[in-house]
Write a protein that binds this ligand. Sequence first.
Ligand SMILES: *[C@@H]1O[C@H](CO)[C@@H](O)[C@H](O)[C@H]1NC(C)=O
Ligand SMILES: *[C@@H]1O[C@H](CO)[C@@H](O)[C@H](O)[C@H]1NC(C)=O
Ligand SMILES: *[C@@H]1O[C@H](CO)[C@@H](O)[C@H](O)[C@H]1NC(C)=O
Ligand SMILES: *[C@@H]1O[C@H](CO)[C@@H](O)[C@H](O)[C@H]1NC(C)=O
Ligand SMILES: *[C@@H]1O[C@H](CO)[C@@H](O)[C@H](O)[C@H]1NC(C)=O
Ligand SMILES: *[C@@H]1O[C@H](CO)[C@@H](O)[C@H](O)[C@H]1NC(C)=O
Length: 522
Amino acid sequence: MFSMNATPLTLLLSALLLSTKTSAEPVSGEASSKSLQVTHNPYASLWNENEEDIAAFLRPRWKTSKLANFRKRELSHYGEGLATGKNRSKRSRGKQCSSDNGGLIQDVIDGTIHGLKHFIHHGWKHDEEWGVALMKAENSEMDNEFLVEVEFGTPKKRTKKQVLKMVFDTGSPDTWVYSPACCYAEDHTFFDPSKSRTFSNRTVVDGKPTRAPDGTPGQKFDASYGSGSTLGYMGIDTVSFSNERIQVENQTIALATSLTASRASRAMEGLMGLSAGIGSVQDGATTTPFEAMSKAGQLNQTYLSCTLVKADRETGKNGGGQYVLGEIDSSRLKGEITWTPVRSAYFWGTYFDRMSIGDVVLSQPPATTAAPIRYMIDTGSAVINLPSAMARKANQQIQGSFYTNSSQVSQHWLVPCETGTVRYERSLPETKRNKPLSIQIEGTNFTVPVEDLVFYPNSPIPSKYTGGKKNLCYSAIQEGPEEISILGLTFIKNHVVVFDQGGQTLSNRRMGVGKRSDIRYD
Ligand SMILES: *[C@@H]1O[C@H](CO)[C@@H](O)[C@H](O)[C@H]1NC(C)=O
Ligand SMILES: *[C@@H]1O[C@H](CO)[C@@H](O)[C@H](O)[C@H]1NC(C)=O
Ligand SMILES: *[C@@H]1O[C@H](CO)[C@@H](O)[C@H](O)[C@H]1NC(C)=O
Ligand SMILES: *[C@@H]1O[C@H](CO)[C@@H](O)[C@H](O)[C@H]1NC(C)=O
Ligand SMILES: *[C@@H]1O[C@H](CO)[C@@H](O)[C@H](O)[C@H]1NC(C)=O
Ligand SMILES: *[C@@H]1O[C@H](CO)[C@@H](O)[C@H](O)[C@H]1NC(C)=O
C-alpha cells in the first residue's frame, strides 16, 4: 500500500535496490552496495536513461520500486453527505453493449449536430483514411473520471459488439476490462471473451507474449492502482477505437476477475494503459494500443490529444470533451502547443521550470529531494499529487485549508468548498484571496484556476472526519510519491494536452501543452 507519509530517501533506495519480492534473482548485499555506487539517485536514472544497458540494469529495480507501484488515489466516496457518491448499481447495464455509437461519430464528421463542426477544419474532413479519430469523453462524477467507448474483440455470428467505457490512463501501461467472472460484473458491462472470435488467452514463451491454444490458462495479471489492486488473467484480442476507425489486432488485454471494493461504485468498465508498454510489470510486458497504432503507421501523426471539459460547478453535470488520435485537437486550443521532450522511458514525464502558487515557489531548479522538478501528466489521476512538502506548501497558500488524519477520508488536504467562487473570493480580504497554481513549462506559464483548487465542491466532508469543521471539501492538490509531481485531470481539464510517440519508431517522444479558448485562468 502506498504510504501517505514522507518516505526517506534511504527507504526508497532500499525499496528500489533491495526488494526481491518479484525480481527473479535475489539481490545480495554486495550487489546492492554496488548498485548504490552506480547511481546515487535511482529515480534520476529511471528518469534519464533510455540506453539498453542502463535499461537492463534498471528494469528489475523498476519492477519493485515504489514508483512503479504507486497507487493512484482516486477520490472515492465514503459515508454520508457526498452528493456525487450515490450507489449506482444496475446503472445502464447492457446498454453500451447493444448500442452502436456510430451515429454520434457520423454526426461529428458531418458536422451537423452537437455543434462539433470543428472536426471539419482546414477545409477537409478528418476520418480514418487520414489516420485521425475522435472519441467523445464522458465526464463521470464531476471530473473524477472521463470515459471513452472502446470496442473489444470481434463479434461472432449473432453476438453483439462489445463496447466498454474505459478510463484512458497515461500513467500506467496495462489495459484491463471486467471479465464475466468479475466481482461487479452484474453492475457493469463486461467483456465476454467467449463472444469474440479473435480472442485467445496469452502465455509467455521465451519471454515473448504468445496466443495460447484454447483451454490453456491465461497468464496471471496483477496490478496495483490508487484504488487498490486488480487481479485476473491476460488475453489477446482486437481493440477498436472510434467506431472501428482505428483497430489494433493482437492487443494484450487483462480480464479482471477480482478488484477492490472502491471500484464497484465507479462507472468505468476498464482501464486503458497508455504509458510506455515496457513499464508493465507483467512478465513479457506489453505494447499499448497507442504504441501499436503508432508503430503500424495507422495515425497521421503519432499524437493523442486530450481536450477534457470540466463539469458545471453548480450542477455537477455536463462537461466531457474528447480525445483525438492522429492530430492536434485545435477545437478549443488558444495559441501554440508548447512541446517538451519526454525524459522518462516509463512515463509521460519531464521537467518543469517552476511550480508556484501565487508568488510562492513550490519548486524550481536546482531541484531538491523534497522539491523535485520532475512531473508526469496522468489522465488516470483525478487531481494533482505533489511530494508531501510541496503539497503542504501549496495547500498552506489556500485560505482555510486543513490537513485531516482521519482514515475515513481518502485524501488528507481539505479546503473550503467555496474556494474559487466569485462571491467567496470577494468576501476575503484582498491580500488573502486565493491565487492560481502556475506551472511554467519551457518558459510558458500554464495555470490551474482558483476555482479548480477544490475538488468535488458540492460534496462537503462530514464534519465528524474534520474535527468538527464544516464545509470542507477535498483539495485538488494532494500528496503523492516523493519523487515526482503528478498532474492529473485537475491540470488536464484546463489545457489541451498532446502525447506524441515521436513517429513510427516511438523515438523522440514528447508532450505538448496548450492553453484553452474556453477557460478563464485567473
Ligand atoms: C483462459 O484462462 C482463464 C484463466 O486461466 C480460464 O478460466 C479460461 O478458460 C481460459 N480461456 C480459454 C479460451 O482457454
Ligand atoms: C495477429 O496475429 C495473427 C495470428 O497470430 C496474425 O496472423 C496477424 O498477422 C497478426 N496481426 C498483426 C497486425 O500483427
Ligand atoms: C448498492 O446498493 C445495493 C442495494 O441497496 C447493494 O446490494 C449493492 O451492493 C450496492 N452496490 C455498491 C457498489 O455499493
Ligand atoms: C497529416 O499530417 C500532416 C503533417 O504530417 C498534416 O500536414 C496534414 O494536414 C495531416 N492530415 C490530416 C488529415 O490530419
Ligand atoms: C489525529 O489527530 C488527532 C488530533 O491531533 C489525534 O488526537 C488523533 O490521535 C490522530 N489520529 C490518528 C489516527 O493519527
Ligand atoms: C509564471 O507565473 C509566476 C507566478 O505568478 C511568475 O512569477 C512568473 O514570472 C511567470 N512566468 C512567466 C514566463 O510569465
